[in-house]
Design a protein around this ligand. Sequence first.
Ligand code: COS
Length: 379
Amino acid sequence: MQFELTEEHLLIRQAARDFAQTELKPGVIERDEHQKFPAEQVKKLGELGFLGMMVSPQYGGSGMDAISYSIVMEELSKVDASTSVVVSVNNSLVCYGLEKYGTEAQKQKFLVPLAQGEKIGAFCLSEPEAGSDATSQHTTAIDMGDHYLLNGTKNWITNGSTASTYIVMAQTDASKKHRGINALIVEKGMEGFTVGPKENKLGIRGSDTHSLMFTDVKVPKENRIGEDGFGFKFAMATLEGGRIGIASQALGIASGAYELSVQYAKERKAFGKTLADLQAIQFKLADMATEIEAARLLCYRAAWLKDNGLPYAQAASMAKLFASETAMRTTVEAVQIHGGYGFVKEYHVERLMRDAKITQIYEGTSEIQRIVISREVLK
Ligand code: COS
């Protein structure tokens, strides 16, 4: 058992922390208010190698481990979860899946620019009538010999308009149910592919969330990932790693709100003392600190299992379930500690509270995580 981070982990943590303070913090309130995508910040993250963190250097990535990825996600999310979701989706839902299951030609053409941050990717599974029930895909990909004819609509797609490379799950053979689903690489600009209006969201408002429409889009056969019918397994396997990213994002939202609360409690005076001298506040901080530490250990354990080639589906679901519930509880308490100041935008905690909510929903709701965990328990 080894609880210490390596020298490399500490260095990457400092780099992400510095980036969050110098590049993300200025303007984060305004980007949230105006739903402005952090384009410059994402470009810089790409140049620093944060968009292809775990991809092998052979394909333009940084070749780091999943623990480093979890650390970076926490640090960025303490300040700006709208930016960190771009990092999470590009790394774990797009780059990871392409590197693990893509052909050499797909890796050269699509993975290299994504890992280098020259292009951004999107993962398109959810539909108007298929969120948690992901096997019930209505988008169709009819086999036309040398290409698939893609038709349908995808909903709530992160990086919806800024991405260039989209991995789209679609049903080729409905009689085979989930075994008839394929994962296809769709490029921006393909005829018949249109991006719907931007969603006006409660949280992570700087991120770019859209519906996508496909009308008779011709997707070449060489853009299919894996064997015919591998699409659902591809989506599930990719989401396993994605859940480590979102768990770490939730951890960061919680620890960001906690750090602001500790600072505020030490400064704010009430009843002739600081808030930090009041037991009611001390106990809130103690609960926050304990839950955050537990969430961090769950995130690191899931990442460690992944790094060591061990099964990690249950661990990733546990980390996401606990970290996202912790993010929600912690941010609500952080607003409470800040009182009236917590309810206004300048103090950051109200945004963190709004951002926390999505971590209980996307890449599998808390209820879906409980399904995954309990199935393992009852196996
Ligand atoms: N890795 C690889 N394959 C997996 C897998 C994983 N982690 N989890 C499931 N599968 C496979 C199963 O082995 C099964 O394949 P076979 O029938 O060939 O054996 C197939 O996927 C279907 O699995 P299952 O029968 O468990 O499907 P269910 O319909 O019962 O649903 C849940 C499984 C609910 C766990 C799944 O639909 C899910 O995760 N839903 C949430 C999706 C989600 O996260 N949506 C958010 C969109 S992205 S923001």
